[in-house]
Design a protein around this ligand. Sequence first.
Ligand SMILES: Cc1cc2nc3c(=O)[nH]c(=O)nc-3n(C[C@H](O)[C@H](O)[C@H](O)COP(=O)(O)OP(=O)(O)OC[C@H]3O[C@@H](n4cnc5c(N)ncnc54)[C@H](O)[C@@H]3O)c2cc1C
Length: 480
Amino acid sequence: MTLDEVLVKEISSIVGEGNCSTRIADLYTYGFDSSIHHHTPDIVVRPRTAAEISELVKLASREGIAVVPRGGGTGLCGAAVPINGGMVMDLTRMNTIKEVRVNDLYCVAEAGVVYDRLNEALAPHKFFFPPTPGSGEACTIGGMVATNASGMRAVKYGATRDYVLGLEVVLADGSMIHVGTNTIKNSSGYQLERLFVGSEGTLGIITEVILKISPKAKKAAMVLAAFDRLEDAGKCVSNVISVPLVPSATELMDDICIRAVNKAVGAGLPDVQAICMIEVDGEPEIVAKELKVVEEVARRSGASSVQVSDDRKQMARWTSARKSVMSALSRLGDQLVSVSLADDMAVPISRIPEAVVAFHRIAEENQVIVGTYGHAADGNLHTKMLLDPCSEDSWKRGEKAVGQIFDAVISLGGTVTGEHGVGISKAPYMMRERPDAWQTMLTIKMAMDPKGILNPGKLMQWKGGIIRDLRYPCRDLCSK
Ligand SMILES: Cc1cc2nc3c(=O)[nH]c(=O)nc-3n(C[C@H](O)[C@H](O)[C@H](O)COP(=O)(O)OP(=O)(O)OC[C@H]3O[C@@H](n4cnc5c(N)ncnc54)[C@H](O)[C@@H]3O)c2cc1C
């Protein structure tokens, strides 16, 4: 659908000429997020206020134009890719932190505020918004709510959903509603703010968020344990939990990820089958005690070496090595790129050893390289596949492996996505995981967006396979 000039003029009169574009370069750029997918929209808008968003959505509803909200574009599954064209709505100009109310344990931020910027504003108060996604430098609060983002601290501090007290949302007809409250407790009817958590732009445009905030721990320290068997690293994670001890972060990396970061950034990690980085935080005396316990559990779980540190610089070096896994994997082999497919499954914590072994077996059977890493103590595991983007055969083997990985995850009682969301790349598998729930999701979608303009064709509306609308030059290889 190409928008006619009159319509483009009307749109630009709402947001201002400089905040509306149909230039090919802009359309091309806004066709990406950080997934394997790409599709060009018809227009890009950059509203500054909720009132402008309301006007834009009213117009889109009247004209039947698809609207795809977009935060930082860091999503890894194509959720912000405008698969049916239409209007991409970039929310990053909505970047004001409106209130920080430490005494009331909440803050209010516009949807386009970047995660790290919010925490910089909270730091002088010794508070923070804990989910800690690896993309914190670029992802937005609205995008985090829309995908229920989380990260390495979820095991102790929870996911975004645990912090959303209230929202301002523009609905599919352009009307604006306020859901939830600015109180820590709320039993006032349906918890509608939760409905928008994980909705991936399909139910409304989130314009403002009231977030619960947490005090920062006084001290943190880390154990880096090396293992000669991947299963032992998996067992170490559940052994720590069953002490009982809840670490503030636990990161697991297999030999492929270790090799990749050692090669790409000279991380100097032990050259073993797997490592676990386990962080504890809290009052200094408690941290010292828990550190000893974790060290002892790691040795008992079969660690071949254990390093301990409470030095901020050393801990930052370890964390940074872990954060560089995704990009480092793309530099491991010639012609291979690391793709986000089957990339953030979650299983019950005690099933992690079985899951990592299954992933390696599936990789071998399908002759694809799969790096496994993840937050582990919350059951969340990432796999990245290394595929040749110009080879149809490579994509086909990858797709087969994805299906088998998700089957394994579902049979272990897990979910196909623990934190990145569904988008395009996981849509068919979400329906496989939730055969009795997706119809209800569809009923809600139809009721809230009867004209189907909000991020259409996603989640349970997805039809077909996942290896299509690729971002690579060979985009049509497997799209039949
Ligand atoms: C290097 C890297 C590391 C990552 N690490 C993590 C991690 O540790 N944990 C994690 O959870 N994720 C991680 N991600 C994935 C991604 O950062 C998260 O999903 C993040 O929440 C997306 O936020 P965004 O602002 O970039 O949203 P986008 O990618 O722009 O959009 C994501 C979805 O949210 C919708 N959306 C965006 N804003 C709004 C809004 N205001 N109202 C309604 N819908 C909206 C979009 O339509 C889309 O469906 C990582 C990504 C990268 C590239």
